[in-house]
Design a protein around this ligand. Structure first.
Ligand code: ADE
Ligand code: ZN
Length: 336
């Protein structure tokens, strides 16, 4: 696109990417070999024949759950603190080259503790990479712990207890909710989110990605979230959309993800124009860049191809993304 140099040069803040979603097929195979992890037999799933065939399979996800099947297999190759560090570091390097100045990244501790990796191994590895990114890349970073909504809420409660100190001291920046959406309404996490709110802990949740707009309403009313992740179904409810705009709730959109997971057929179907016209604040993000065919700049470019926004509109989007970040105001002033 003609605006590509401008989009590349814009100082960007990313708010919606899952570190485990930065696991490329090549790193997946490398870690599997290093850690002696047996991948599914190609006779059972031909996608695992090679990194190239796995990458090709990622172009044919049929749904969120079809993607999650591969996502949870892939992360079984992450064993040592050093693996988590390497995964996050490789993402930060790529983010830096895409013009990211501030990255708030999700991770799924339950996907690791559930297979015998300790909570500390995960958080120490990711934290080391964050500190290195701050030091060597001048990239500010925040870690956001996500609960897996397909598991019993009781397991989220146990994870919250493990993470409580890190959340209260700011080693972790906040809480999110992800994984399978349909059939798992967010209200079940009300008690945990209420406790977190009372402690001043920041809160977001995936809602209205594959699931209905009611889940967005429920995340706002029951969990009192400060952000909505995806939120593409929001435009279906005008009064809720007005509330989101008025409360300056940030919607963290992931265009290439929505196409790959068949939530929309084309980026053109996303309510970007509607959000701009309604004053809904949103940011553009990569979600799981190694799985969805692009990092943040590719997502910016895909939106530009579809909507042909003006340079001024892009500057507004990038500026709002910095303003809605969970860093302190002096850092924001420095980034703007
Ligand atoms: N975990 C990683 N990516 C996700 C997505 N797009 N939706 C829900 N959970 C996820
Ligand atoms: Zn996501």
């Amino acid at each position: 696109t003609l605006l590509h140099p401008l989009l590349a040069a814009l100082p960007k803040a990313e708010h919606h990417m899952h570190l485990e979603g930065a696991l490329s097929p090549s790193l997946l195979f490398t870690l599997a070999a290093r850690n002696s992890i047996t991948l599914p037999e190609p006779a059972i799933d031909a996608a695992f024949a090679s990194p190239a065939s796995l990458l090709d399979r990622y172009t044919r996800f049929s749904s969120l759950d079809d993607f999650l099947h591969y996502y949870f297999i892939g992360m079984k190759c992450l064993i040592k603190e050093q693996d988590f560090e390497q995964l996050a570091w490789e993402y930060f390097l790529k983010a830096k080259s895409d013009g990211v100045v501030h990255a708030e990244v999700f991770f799924d501790p339950q996907a690791h503790t559930g297979r015998g990796i300790t909570y500390e191994t995960v958080v120490n590895g990711f934290t080391t990479a964050c500190q290195r990114a701050e030091r060597e890349l001048e990239l500010s970073t925040k870690l956001i712990l996500c609960f897996l909504r397909h598991l019993p809420v009781e397991e989220s409660r146990m994870t919250y207890a493990q993470a409580r100190m890190d959340l209260e001291t700011g080693r972790l920046a906040g809480l999110g909710l992800d994984s399978s959406e349909n059939g798992f309404p967010p209200g079940a996490w009300k008690e945990i989110y209420g406790t977190a709110k009372n402690k001043g802990i920041r809160r977001t949740a995936h809602a209205g990605e594959e699931g209905p707009v009611e889940y967005i309403r429920e995340a706002l009313s029951e969990l009192d979230v400060e952000r909505i992740d995806h939120g593409i179904r929001l435009a279906e409810d005008t009064s809720l959309m007005r509330e989101v705009a008025q409360k300056k709730i940030l919607v963290t959109m992931c265009p290439l993800s929505n196409v790959r997971l068949r939530c929309v057929k084309d980026v053109k179907e996303l309510p970007i124009r509607t959000f701009l016209d309604s004053g809904v604040m949103f940011s553009i993000n990569s979600d799981d860049p190694a799985y969805f065919g692009g990092y943040i700049l590719d997502n910016y470019c895909a939106v530009q191809e579809a909507f042909n926004l003006t340079a001024r509109e892009w500057e507004g989007i990038a500026k709002a993304a910095v303003e809605c970040s969970w860093c302190n105001s002096s850092r924001k002033t420095h980034l703007l």
